[in-house]
Ligand binder design. Sequence first.
Ligand code: PMP
Length: 390
Amino acid sequence: MTWTLARRTERMNPSAIREILKLAERPGVLSLAGGLPSPDGFPVEALREASARVLRDTPREALQYAASEGYGPLREWVAARLANDGVVVEPGQVLVTTGSQQGLDLVGKLLIDAGSAVAVETPTYLGALQAFAPCEPAFAALASDDEGPKPEALAGAAGARFAYLLPNFQNPTGRVISEARREALVAAAQAAALPLVEDNPYGELWFDAPPPAPLAARWPQGTIYLGSFSKILAPGLRLGYVVAPPALYPKLLQVKQAADLHTPGFNQRIVHEVVRDGLLDRHVPTVRARHAAQRDAMAAALRAHLPAGAEWQPPRGGMFFWLRLPPGLDATALLPRAIAAGVAYVPGAPFHAGEADPRTLRLSFVTLTPAQLHTAIATLGRVVHEALAE
Ligand code: PMP
């Protein structure tokens, strides 16, 4: 039997990260590739008790089909929590999604036609490129510097369906868009009537000081905002949310309905149980402290083991270092040797909609212990030294 595949599948490439993760699963390989939060940090006991309470008190409601919008009390909690960051929204604007990854898929289906321009950062979150690609957009890569995408670049993207921006501890670079740059970007977007899609799964994972207020706090009518419980509770819950301006919400809801009717009500009730008890106020600081220690270990190991010419900035939050290898090296070409030596990472290339800098790669510091991080970076340093000596 010959199956004729839809044209959109031509845009679907196997995720570079997943392919590498498969190789990295071999025994003896220390993986800095996946952004997998350390499972030691999952609040298992609180979730166990909450799920028992849900099954005791509202078992039939929790196990029944439910509203596509999401569980009402959880939507109210999300709206109240966002108000702390200056994002003023009604609970009616909150759509609970099956991870924020689904939020990206829904936004793509809502806003992108084949050939529509979509502006993205350089580099940007690989999973967003994958979520949008089946809608066949024409990606426009926004020029950027250390403070974030350049406002002139955003002005030049006028006419795009939206600009997809990651202001806090970006995946993959760890970069934070500065306060001044946020103001300038919003002004440029408003002047160009260019809608914004703001993805913020890492905003709470700061180490020293919280990041500046979200873009959605500055331009609520022009911004779709995505949040997630994956990094502050556990990714296996698959819980995220999209906050949309009221005019967009009804269509967004139809897209959600068609995708999966609703996000699992059982999971939503469990999460609402733990967050309304204030678990995040106790739990998130422990996640920050754990990640900060891991960040420090990786920074020390990079200083000790990487040769001159390698470049990086210790991130001030989030989960990733963005490393630029010394001139002449190519991170994609080096990967098989690194894995053979016992360390895996993700090359920078797949995070780019346009041309990539072949020297770049992403290192996750949240999965391994500080001692393992030292070993992994020492191995990477050896591989880089050897390649330079050739
Ligand atoms: N956006 C970004 C920037 C991410 O890094 C991730 C997870 N790696 C997601 C969205 C998706 O997260 P989830 O579906 O687990 O909420």
